[in-house]
Every structure is written in structure tokens, then in C-alpha cells.
Design a protein around this ligand. Sequence first.
Ligand code: MG
Length: 246
Amino acid sequence: MKQKSLLSAAFLLLIFGAMKAQDVEPHQVTEVHEPVPPVVTPGVGTAPPSDAIILFDGTDLSNWEKIDGSPAEWEVKNGVMTVVPGTGHIRTKQGFGDVQLHLEWRTPEEIKGKGQGRGNSGVFFMDQYEVQILDSYDNPTYPNGMAASVYKQTIPLVNACRKPGEWQTYDIIFMAPRFNEQGRVTHPARVTVIHNGVLVQNNVEIWGPTRFVGLPQYRKHEDRLPLRLQDHRDLVSFRNIWIREL
Ligand code: MG
């Protein structure tokens, strides 16, 4: 014990000695000067900041394709893209790992169906981890399958859904899972979801790829994979989709 305090005293003497030699004030010891974060110009409102990758700006689907790699067939009209039921999921041509995503979505004003059959779509990170999109405005379903749930995993903290026909925002921070050489997951994926400005998933752990049936289980995959939007045969629309790699 005595030896330890002697060592600490010697260390402090050394530090203060070094400070004196360099004319460093005590408060400066804890001031870190590098790295200097790059300057980013924020967008006004929900417009993309200067370093975002624009995935959909209202003009075309050039950044998207079908799962088989053929051209995406969803409708683009008046700056909005809408699911064409039966044409299949679409995904980005580019792959992503850790990201910040902004996405705006709208379910049909005219209510058809109920539960999971009403305004269903979804955003899949890395082609496999779904944050649910659903018309959850006065539309009961299993809560771990409602809007802003990590589908069949984590229930959102609150229901922040707007009425059908109104535009809604998702701002999502997704951290990709990490795997070791043997293919075991060492750090599960994590996700934070802000729905219409309201925190609904607070850095929650993702248990594995989304499963409709059964329990999720991680499987080692690439560091970067496409972002996917789901065709669940409902007329869900999207606009202003941008992403920032972290
Ligand atoms: Mg879905």
C-alpha cells in the first residue's frame, strides 16, 4: 500500500514537472486537441446534411434494385415512391454497416385491413434486421410487431404514430454486429429509433436477423450490406431518404 502511494506521488511529481517544463497549465492537461471533427453543414428541417448519401430525392430509383439485381419497379410520382404490390422488396445498390438513416414514410389514408395487414412495410438494415413500418394508429397488433418495433423482438417505448395518410419520420442509428474469425457474434447489432421526433428504441440490442417464424440466430456476414425496403403488398410511400456512414 505504502509502495503504491509512493508511486502515485512520484507519478504526480513527474506530470507536474513535465507541465512546468512545457509551461502547461493544470487545466490544459485534460484538454484533447485531436481529432478535430470534420465540418458538416446541417440540412434545414429534414433536408440532408452536407455529408449524407442521398438514397431517394424524389426523382428516380437509380440507387435501388430488386433482390435479384434487376431494376426496381416501385412507382415514383410527385417526388414520392410507392410500393407496387407484388413487384418485390427493393434494396440499395450500395452496402452499408454502421449508419444514421433518415426516412419518411406514409401509409394509405384510406384504411384497408387490420393488424399486420394495414400499411405494412419495413426497413431492413444489412438486408436482414427489420425496423417495422406499419399503420399503428389505433390499429392493435402484437406490440413487438407494431410500427417502430424491432420486428418480433423489441417493443417500442411509446406509440408515436401519426394518422394514416400523414407523413412520418424515422431517424435511426444502426450499429452493425461484429463477428470473430470463428463466425461467432462478439458484438450484437444495436439500434436507436426516433419516430416523429420521439425516442422509441434506445440503443437496444438486436437478437439476430428478423424471423417471421422461430427465434433469431446470428450468422456471420459481410461488413456492409444493402438497406432493404419491404413490399408487404400495402401501398406504403416513401420520400426523402438519406444515410450517413458512421
Ligand atoms: Mg414489415
